[in-house]
Design a protein around this ligand. Structure first.
Ligand code: OAD
Ligand code: ZN
Length: 278
């Protein structure tokens, strides 16, 4: 299957990777729904996460104070390092095979690992985003501890003066429109989708593979010629790399699953691609 994936990657014109929390477990960051997942071990934390956005809207000052004083659910993300899976995707991009990564992860590890074209679907813990104009800034540009000491929370947007939140998308918060647009563009164009380390149960992200699959089905119902022609709409190969089967596997939405660890399988795929390309 590794060889098959390598061949399909070489043949593809626009391959994208979709990643989730399972991708970062080998960097020491827990996932959410695996056996040691944050939500699996602490359902109360999941319940609290569902009301966090409401809390932010009602009282951004108290929301920020809680963020800055409470324990981090994901541990010390700033110190986490990319794993061989991150480097393998970055190398596949460097050799021109992978065109983009769309990740649900907020840990910034794809960027640290060297991938350039990244859509952070659920935002980044390393950035702040204006709740009104969506301008993003690196977290270091704000002295959040000082703002708290001086009773000046929440931080305000340098562009428009509105209230800032973390860039991380909270439950119930709309996905920022630039992110929706960029990911839809890529899903429309892709002819190979590599879905790695995600349970694919959180929407709207989980719709992306469904849309890629649907695109081909819709093209059958379209005229042969003219502006609405479905001709030329590329078929898509959907491959999962995951520790366990997911709803995409069970529904037959993915073509096949390579079951195992992304940090072990992706470097093997990269090696195979390099060997075959020689
Ligand atoms: P999940 O925790 O739901 O799924 C992680 C998947 O990765 C599971 O199917 C694991 O079996 C698998 N897995 C774990 N380690 C792996 C490894 N080394 N190699 C391959 N697979 C592995 O995480 P996500 O699907 O990313 O949302 O969760 C989606 C969203 O739910 C998150 O972005 C977060 C959460 O609530 C927000 O924060 C808005
Ligand atoms: Zn703003």
């Amino acid at each position: 299957m590794i060889e098959r994936t390598a061949r399909e990657l070489i043949r593809s014109r626009y391959a994208v990777a979709l990643t989730g929390a399972g991708f970062s477990t080998e960097s020491g960051i827990p996932d959410f729904r695996g056996p040691s997942g944050i939500w699996s071990k602490n359902p109360e934390a999941e319940r609290m996460a569902y009301i966090s956005y409401e809390h932010f809207l009602e009282n951004p000052k108290s929301w920020w104070e809680e963020r800055l004083t409470g324990p981090s659910l994901l541990g010390d993300l700033e110190r986490a390092m990319p794993n061989p899976g991150h480097y393998a995707l970055a190398d596949l991009e460097k050799i021109g095979i992978l065109k983009s990564v769309i990740t649900q992860n907020i840990d910034g590890l794809h960027e640290k690992g060297g991938t350039e074209n990244i859509v952070e679907y659920h935002g980044s813990i390393l950035k702040l985003r204006c709740a009104v104009c969506s301008a993003r800034f690196h977290r270091d540009e704000f002295d959040l501890a000082k703002l708290m000491r001086d009773n000046l929370l929440p931080p305000h947007c340098p562009e428009c003066g509105s209230i800032m939140k973390t860039d991380v998308v909270l439950f119930g918060e709309p996905i920022p429109s630039d992110v929706v647009r960029k990911s839809l563009e890529k899903v429309q164009k892709c002819d190979l989708m590599l879905i790695c380390g995600t349970s694919a149960v959180v929407y709207p992200f989980a719709n992306l593979p469904r849309m890629a699959r649907q695109r081909k089905l819709e093209s059958f119902a379209m005229p042969e010629t003219g502006p609405y022609s479905g001709k030329g709409s590329p078929d898509v190969i959907i491959i999962e790399i995951n520790a366990d089967p997911t709803p995409l596997t069970k529904e037959g939405l993915s073509d096949y699953l390579i079951q195992g660890k992304t940090g072990e399988i992706l470097p093997k795929i990269l090696e195979e691609v390099k060997k075959l390309k020689k």
